[in-house]
Write a protein that binds this ligand. Structure first.
Ligand code: MG
Length: 387
């Protein structure tokens, strides 16, 4: 197709006009062609200068200032938290309860850094215990001093589904990349909430977690809300949004550099891809694109440019009114092609070959095979020996 675009450019035809014909065309499960230049590009986001810092579209919940501590965080009842602001960090206070973001979120990318107490006390669940909760406390990624929880020596034995990096009570981390107590540790968490149709859970929701840059949860599909001692199942949540929370488990754990990015549901793309596509949504998107492209065509002309444009439209949608316009434009070009002889025909070698290339893409995808212009450009190229 790259060749086609180059030859089209040589013929004075806008490469953009060929956009929809660059790769395999849309079909019942794909609203966009492969390499489709009509497909909207994602918005630009400026990344931070340093890893772990918030990108331009992040919502910063705690940046180390007292102002962000007081403005963004409350206790479980919406009142002023009894957690402490200490040296640019938020410190858990025994019996203060969880600290909760005022703002509520659904699906998120969450970055947070935490520090287990320098002074090591207790064992197992009693050593530097806290937690990162999403969706208003429904799901906990465990925070714990698990540095000495190592199968090689078991200095600090603990249950695997409750050590740092675990989805609490459900799934242990893949590995244990925790740093020493007193050192800062970073979580990067991707959370997708469950999706329900009525009261039926159709997608269970998931947690993907990096701890200190190491993957510890690989798209774990949550079984239900995380809980102590009990298995749960996925039930319709009270809300599709909830606070980010850090747990008060009685140990003075510190937190800093907290930011989130709101992200779309993994299941919200219904117009492209075999797994998630909904044929009705795909069809509507294809038609919308075809209408947009049709509006740009000068329908009073039947030059090679208009042929390329209408063939592009046909790759999205082949019924009326698109088919009628295609017949008019391609029919008009066909009559001109039939009239060209000798040097006039030879002078149009590149544009005729480029139209054949467009038909090649369409025909390969089962479109416009019976178009009279399709047969004529092939016949012409063959008679002239044009490859
Ligand atoms: Mg905990």
């Amino acid at each position: 197709m790259k060749k086609l675009m180059i030859s089209a450019a040589m013929a004075g035809i806008s490469a953009v006009a060929l956009a929809g014909l660059y790769g395999d065309t849309p079909n019942a499960l794909h609203a966009w062609a492969v390499h489709d230049q009509n497909r909207p590009n994602p918005v630009k986001v400026t990344p931070a200068d340093k890893p772990g810092q918030p990108p331009s579209d992040a919502i910063v919940l705690f940046d180390g200032t007292q102002k962000s501590f007081e403005e963004n965080w409350v206790d479980g009842k919406g009142n002023k938290t009894k957690w402490k602001f200490v040296d640019g960090t938020m410190e858990s206070v025994r019996s203060a309860g969880n600290i909760c973001s005022k703002r509520e979120f659904g699906d998120v990318q969450l970055h947070v850094e935490w520090q287990a107490p320098v002074k090591v006390q207790g064992f197992g669940q009693g050593r530097g215990n806290s937690g990162v909760f999403v969706l208003g406390g429904m799901y906990e990624v465990q925070v714990l001093d698990s540095y000495e929880t190592n199968p090689a020596d078991m200095k600090n034995p603990n249950y695997a589904d409750g050590q740092a990096g675990a989805v609490y009570g459900q799934n242990p981390p893949l590995v244990n990349p925790t740093r020493k107590p007193g050192e800062w540790q970073a979580y990067d968490i991707v959370f997708h909430q469950p999706v329900f149709e009525g009261n039926k859970c159709v997608h269970p929701g998931s947690l993907t977690v990096f701890l200190n840059g190491v993957l510890v949860q690989d798209h774990w599909e949550v079984e239900g809300p995380t809980w102590h001692m009990r298995r749960t199942r996925q039930e319709k949540p009270r809300s599709t949004k909830g606070s980010i929370q850090f747990q008060d488990h009685g140990n003075p754990v510190h937190f800093r550099n907290v930011w989130v990015r709101e992200i779309p549901s993994r299941y919200s793309n219904t117009t492209h891809g075999t797994y998630l596509a909904n044929e009705k949504d795909v069809s509507a998107q294809r038609r919308a694109t075809a209408e947009k492209l049709l509006a740009k065509i000068d329908k009073s002309k039947c030059s090679a440019e208009q042929v390329h444009q209408i063939l592009e439209v046909m790759s999205y949608c082949g019924d009326e009114p698109f088919l009628g316009v295609a017949k008019k434009i391609c029919g008009g070009y066909l009559r001109k092609l039939e009239s060209w002889k000798g040097s006039e025909l030879d002078g149009r070698k590149n544009e005729i070959r480029s139209i054949r290339g467009a038909y090649d893409t369409l025909n390969r995808n089962g479109i416009a095979k019976d178009c009279p212009l399709n047969a004529k450009v092939r016949e012409t190229c063959k008679a002239k020996g044009w490859r």
